[in-house]
Design a protein. Sequence first.
Length: 339
Amino acid sequence: MADNPKVLLSAFADEGANRKTAVEQLSVLAAIGLRYYTPRFVDVGGSGEVKHVVDLSARELKQLAKLHDEYGLQVTSIGSRIGKVKLLDVEDGSHNKFVPFAKYLKTEVKATIRAAQALGTRLIRGFSFYPPLGEDKWPYVDQAVDQIGQIADLCASEELVYALEIEPNLVGETGPLLAELVRKVNRSNVVAIFDGGNVAAQNKNPLQCFEEYAAMRNTLGWLHIKDYMVDPDLEWTGVVDEERLKNFVPATVGDAGHERILRDLRDHLPRLERKMRRLGAPGVFLELEPHLKGGGQFGGFSGPDGLGVAARALCSILDYVEIDYDLRTFDDIRQLRGF
């Protein structure tokens, strides 16, 4: 309907590809009807060697960008690993790595910026660093703010946006914590990403998930669409073992309560769209990262069938709450064929 606000649909491409080849990933996305995607793990040339997008060579990045034209796709964001390292060089029983921060800026952060520039996106998805496992997160806010601020400044120098995703075990694992990080970093190019599945996986019910979203509302840039069904038999210790998370589900059936969240988002979309357009994005993304066949610390998998199921579930909710979106039409096919 003409009066409905509108979102842009996207997906993490590696979620839908059995072998992670670029051709398979882009084919799945095009078949579902998407025009945007986020690259993460990819085998660009079909050699069997899967790399994180940040680790691709200049030649591979150019080859991937050329494929975008063939499949009619644009990059939403870089699905980076920035911020998924320890704040402190201490043994905490986790397998998280520590990298001295000055070195981290020159290696991981600069490589991510290079990938964003090569693939034509203004957006970088990142994280808020690991405090010692199991410790209270609030005492580590100031150190995280300092490091995120330096990352944001490097991004701003290249007209890029740095977006912090809510995720268990990081400093920004809750809505209030993530909103405080964005507020204290105080950079116009820093926004937050809400992910309902990452909140529900912390043993939170739909009401609690909505409260987490509401705490982040004014800092949002876009949303990841993932959901989780809380396992009542799993003892909650306050720490999420990401390798044990097996109950990811489509957004219509999980504990995140996406219908209520998206119904509320509908009222705020015009303001959010204006903000994101000022930052150089084409609009507000809802990005599928469903993990329907499994997920872990650095990625997840749904298969081509699972990604299709997740996309249809999201569209059904958007139809119900009256948020518009676009999927490909015959006119898109005619344009790609040069009619």
